[in-house]
Structures are given as structure tokens and as C-alpha cells.
Design a protein around this ligand. Sequence first.
Ligand SMILES: [Cu+2]
Length: 130
Amino acid sequence: MLRGLLIGLLVVGTFACDKGDKGKKESKEAPVTAGKVEADGVRRIDVTANQDGYTPDRIAGKPGEKLMLVFKRTFDAECIAQLKTPDGKVVDLPMNKPVEVAVTVPQSGELGFACGMDMFKGTIVAQPNG
Ligand SMILES: [Cu+2]
């Protein structure tokens, strides 16, 4: 009887794990190579901050590329009113006023930004061939 219970627990545990992985995959969008390169070589990318978080929330760039993220908050909530920038500063995002945040794409891997409470997150992804 004990053995039956243990097997039952294993089956339940595996099922729960599968479900979690599936949810994770669905929420991970492909990185976006968006924006417009200015005369100074800096690519400007508009990022909207609202009740759904950041759009786009995965931004691809070449290693060492200079980006200017132009954040605009369009939703009135304390949560998203502050931004933790990729270099660790906390800045205010006033409603409907663009706020520029300069970022250099890392040589490899990812850089993150987040709302003041770390609930919403965004990522800069280094893509050597992108
Ligand atoms: Cu938040």
C-alpha cells in the first residue's frame, strides 16, 4: 500500500512539472530586432509599459551594439511607474512621457530590466549573428 502511494505521488509530481514547463515555453517570445538606427549609430527602440508589462520584452542586438530604449508608460499603476534599468538604476516612468535609457548589448548572454517590484521583466539578448 505504501508503494502504491509513492508511485501515485511520483505521477502527480511529474504531471505538475510538465505543466509548468509548458507554461514557461508559451510566455517566452522570440527576441525582437526592432527600432531605427540613427545617424550616430544608436538604435532607438520604443518600449511600451502597461498592465501587460513591457512590449517588446525581449530585444535582440549585436554584441556591443548601442541601444536607446525609449520607455513610455501608458497604464496608471504604481507597479510599473518605476523602472530598474539594465545597469541597476531605478528611474521613474511618468505617464505618457518617453524616458530614454541607454543600453549596450552584452558580448554574450542577456541583460535584464524590470519594474520597481520585479514583477514585470524585460531582456536584452546578445545575438552574434543577428
Ligand atoms: Cu511591478
